[in-house]
Design a protein around this ligand. Structure first.
Ligand SMILES: Nc1ncnc2c1ncn2[C@@H]1O[C@H](COP(=O)(O)OP(=O)(O)O)[C@@H](O)[C@H]1O
Ligand SMILES: [Mg+2]
Length: 442
């Protein structure tokens, strides 16, 4: 997929142009969550600085350079600096080497992923800003621990801080048009908005994997899912990378929530009280935003902190783990057979679905085949298909793609659950206007 034209960052670029163009020293730190487009914004700002005639040097920290003193910033060190000399001497020589004559504007240094800087590299960048040698534009992943010298940049007011928010819906639409052209089915568009939540990285990986697999196809009515959303291996890898730092206990809490989303908060508490989940790990998962609480009607419910977590986990959860989680949930009553008095939870687009129908519908729209669903729930394929058929009949639909659209809409609107037996207004696909993804919470 060719690189996309940059979109949705006019305000940020104007701010950076002004800060760099003022011609002083200091800096600007671009902070945002993984995949929001920090690197792209940084590169664009540096490119514009270069175009306007400024001297620009770029450095980037990685997990590899993190282990080597001055590993990330070797390009900034003075060529004549004595190898193995004292670090402060290297700082002094680098500052001398990089300083511009008073009549010229300072060198612009772009530094990516500064949360991964080794201590010495961070100290050098801090030194260069503190002593008024360069203008630094640095990108940092929000919420990650960073070296003290990096934190000091904005804490001590040496550099400004610009938050890189998820892209607005209009910009995500623009990227969709760049990738697929204007003809995209509403259901697919809504689903993609919901699951990528303003992350160009997720959009890119989602589209690349789905196009390669032939899961996203051009139909008469525009691009849409052939049968169900598909999440390719590189997308799964990206998401698992984000979740890699989670301990096993927190990961399990997320898996439970993903399997039963939206999971009433009291059931999650019950699982923690009953020993199935570690209470401290549940708390950590919530604190880190991996799971989050909200309301479905008046009921407090838990959902994955990002829709993609739920989607990827449901699509990739090993069978044994899924079974274990299903039995825990059954133990809380969540999976118990419904009696006439039990409210049906949760409702899908206002449709009174049984918990089992909802569970199967969620798994079906997350990419599992009937066979895989049957295996993970310990049911026959025929039973799974019967549940799906009943759901289709209730919704007045005939395909998994339509089901996905409804499930997406439900996740977006958090429709309240009607009581069992009460006929709910069934809007099918035309009932309620689809919502747009929540911004800013990635
Ligand atoms: N505003 C944007 N317009 C177009 N493409 C973008 C934009 N922001 C990011 N991208 C693309 O999305 C992908 C991920 O962005 P990146 O800058 O690497 O994210 P981050 O550094 O925050 O993890 C890259 O392919 C990048 O080119
Ligand atoms: Mg980056």
């Amino acid at each position: 997929m060719p690189a996309w034209r940059i979109t949705g960052r006019a305000a940020e670029l104007a701010q950076l142009d002004a800060a760099i163009g003022a011609g002083g020293t200091g800096g600007m730190v671009l902070a945002g969550t993984a995949g929001t487009g920090k690197t792209r914004l940084l590169r664009e700002a540096l490119h514009r600085a270069k175009q306007s005639g400024r001297d620009v040097v770029q450095v980037a920290a990685t997990r590899c350079t993190a282990a080597i003193p001055f590993g990330a910033v070797s390009g900034l060190l003075s060529p004549g600096a004595p190898a193995g000399g004292p670090p402060w001497e290297l700082l002094r020589l680098a500052a001398e080497h990089l300083a511009r004559p008073a009549a010229q504007p300072p060198l612009v240094v772009g530094a990516d992923d500064v949360h991964l800087l080794d201590r010495e590299s961070a100290a050098l960048l801090h030194h260069l800003v503190l002593h008024g040698v360069v203008f630094l534009v640095a990108a940092v992943r929000a919420g990650e621990p960073a070296p003290d010298a990096v934190v000091a940049l904005w804490k001590d007011g040496l550099a400004g801080r610009l938050t890189v928010h998820p892209l607005p819906a209009a910009a995500m639409d623009d990227l969709l048009v760049q990738a697929l052209g204007p003809a995209v089915q509403d259901g697919a568009r809504q689903h993609i908005h919901w699951v990528t939540r303003g992350s160009p990285l997720l959009l890119r990986e989602l589209l690349a994997g789905a196009l390669e697999e032939g899961a996203l196809v051009r139909q008469d009515s525009g691009w849409g899912w052939k049968d169900q959303p598909y999440y390719g291996p590189t997308l799964v890898e990206v998401v698992n990378g984000w979740l890699a730092a989670l301990g096993d206990g927190s990961r399990t809490a997320l898996e439970v929530v993903a399997c039963a989303e939206p999971l009433p908060a009291e059931l999650l508490n019950q699982l923690a009280d009953g020993g199935a989940l570690d209470p401290a790990a549940v708390e950590t998962a919530e604190r880190r935003g991996v799971i989050s609480s909200g309301y479905s009607g008046s009921r407090q419910v838990m959902r994955p902190g990002h829709p993609i977590y739920g989607e990827v986990i449901r699509a990739t959860l090993p069978r044994g783990k899924a079974q274990r989680i299903a039995s825990w949930l059954a133990g809380t009553g969540a999976g118990a057979p419904r009696s006439a008095a039990t409210p049906v939870l949760p409702a899908v687009d206002g449709l009174p679905l049984t918990r089992r129908e909802h569970e199967i519908a969620l798994l079906a729209t997350s990419g599992l085949t009937s066979k895989a669903i049957a295996a993970s729930l310990n049911l026959s394929v025929r039973t799974v298909n019967n549940h799906l058929a009943r759901t289709y009949a209730k919704a007045g639909i005939s395909s998994r793609a339509e089901l996905a659209a409804i499930m997406t809409r439900t996740a977006l609107t958090g429709s309240p659950a009607p009581a069992a037996g009460l006929p709910a207004p069934s809007g099918g696909l035309t009932g309620r206007p689809p919502g747009l993804p929540a911004e800013g919470a990635a």
